[in-house]
Design a binder for this molecule. Structure first.
Ligand code: CMC
Length: 434
């Protein structure tokens, strides 16, 4: 694990327009040294940082990404160790409360999340009856999560933390059911029923794949693979959706409203939606029969908006920690469930071609978490549109943890400044007769 930045001897000085400004230097437990620029406004200055790439807007003690080494830690534990040794709900507990649960704590937590008393209100069930088959399931999940504001009997306001905790447990309980129902809408089949006596992941899979009146339990390898994927997706610092969640929550909006906004942010193809786009891209490569070098050239062409989906990351400058585990899970599961999937072979060859190309090497663009995850979801039997909802299933744990952290710390409403480029003051032209 990387050590913190070296001891700094004092404040940084910034010389602007003949003025020298002292900026406090802060050293986080891990990661880059921070310049505290919060006093810049007093000097008529601001920081311009598109995409907030070098701006820390919050302090957080939940997750750390070491982008140079390609490592990811949850509360200090390497994610690849957690992914193969712990259940998703144990990892959710770790994110929320800061420590891994004892066996008793794990049982109590599972009992809370799986409490049959948390069944969905019939009003939310009916919402799914109104959704057209053509609707994207991410929109269904966002609407259903927002609807918890009306149909859940708990107060989901952000303080005190016990309220967020209760609402968070309800979210963890509800999201697999929302995703299972969304899967039914997509397929145009009647909804299944959640069986709370089953394990969290097994129940989700049976909800998706059982036929009415006949509960179909998943095989162990599939449930284990999905558990690993949920753990790997459980949190990832201040990614776009978690930053959105915190931004919305900072205004005092409810936890469910904040989580619903986060789902919408995750939907985008540059974020969680990339897992669906990767499969679309691989399928197009297969259908077109174009050589892989032509696809890579297209991704490099600055006049073409196309990018190699599942490649590149804001923080990772080497292979994404999660992608390494997922690649192996994909190889194992596809061999077992869908040995004839030609997209896996195309993906592996495309990775090879891109990783040997100067454009990708010089920009340090490597496969990210989304490159192989869709191959696994396909092998399990999910349609492409369900891939990003599966990301929601995992990431919900991180969203709960971040809102709990917010509820126990100082909060200042999120309000970035702007770099104004519009007209300066001018007078409205007079209208004849007015
Ligand atoms: N294909 C081709 N070129 C790329 C790609 C790519 N996938 N990703 C980055 N680049 C180029 C980009 O054009 C730029 O080149 P130049 O310096 O010549 O202008 C350079 O690499 C730096 O890229 P950037 O857009 O400044 O990087 P960013 O940090 O703003 O964006 C990203 C990160 C993930 C949005 C981007 O790499 C991308 O669009 N990847 C494809 C979509 C994708 O797979 N998203 C899932 C991310 S992982 C899941 C999650 O956590 O969200």
């Amino acid at each position: 694990m990387p050590s913190s930045a070296p001891e700094n001897n004092g404040p940084a000085t910034l010389a602007v327009g003949g003025e020298t400004i002292e900026l406090a230097v802060d050293r986080p437990a891990l990661g880059r040294t921070m310049l505290d620029v919060s006093s810049l406004g007093q000097h008529g200055l601001a920081v311009y940082d598109p995409g907030y790439a070098d701006t820390a807007a919050y302090q957080s003690g939940i997750t750390f990404v070491d982008g140079e080494a390609g490592r990811l830690y949850f509360r200090g534990y390497p994610v690849e160790q957690l992914a193969t040794s712990h259940s998703f709900l144990e990892v959710a507990y770790l994110l929320m409360y800061g420590e891994l649960p004892s066996p008793q704590q794990a049982d109590d937590f599972v009992a809370k999340v799986r409490d049959p008393g948390l069944v969905l209100h019939v009003g939310i069930e009916r919402l799914f009856d109104t959704f057209p088959q053509s609707m994207h399931p991410m929109a269904m999940l966002s609407i259903a999560t927002e609807a918890l504001n009306a149909y859940a009997d708990d107060d989901a306001s952000l303080s005190p933390v016990a309220r967020v905790e209760r609402a968070g447990i309800r979210l963890l309980s509800s999201v697999p059911v929302f995703a299972g129902y969304a899967h039914s809408v997509l397929r145009g089949v009647p909804r299944g029923r959640s069986n709370r006596s089953l394990d969290y992941v097994e129940d989700f899979l049976q909800l998706c794949f059982s036929v009415p009146g006949h509960e179909q339990l998943p095989d162990e390898a599939t449930a284990r693979a999905l558990n690993t994927l949920l753990v790997l997706h459980a949190d990832h610092e201040l990614n776009c959706s978690t930053a959105t969640l915190r931004m919305v929550a900072s205004s005092g909006a409810s936890f469910y409203a904040s989580a619903s906004a986060a789902i919408n942010a995750l939907w985008g193809p540059l974020h969680g939606g990339a897992n669906q786009e990767v499969i679309r891209m691989l399928q197009e490569i297969k259908d077109s029969g174009k050589p892989l070098s032509a696809i890579v050239d297209k991704a490099k062409d600055k006049n073409d908006p196309f990018r190699l989906m599942g490649f590149g990351h804001r923080v990772y400058k080497t292979t994404d920690a999660r992608a390494r585990v997922i690649r192996q899970v994909a190889l194992d599961l596809v061999e077992k469930l869908a040995p004839a999937d030609p997209l896996l072979e195309i993906a592996m060859k495309l990775e090879e071609v891109a990783l040997a190309d100067d454009y990708f090497i010089s920009r340090r663009l490597y496969p990210n978490v989304d490159f192989y995850s869709g191959i696994i979801y396909r092998a399990i039997g999910f349609p492409d549109a369900m891939f990003t909802p599966l990301f929601v299933l995992g990431r919900s744990a991180g969203w709960v943890a971040h809102c709990m952290e917010m509820a126990t710390g100082p909060n200042r409403i999120g309000r970035p400044t702007q770099f104004y480029t519009g007209p300066t003051e001018r007078t409205v032209p007079s209208r004849p007769g007015v």
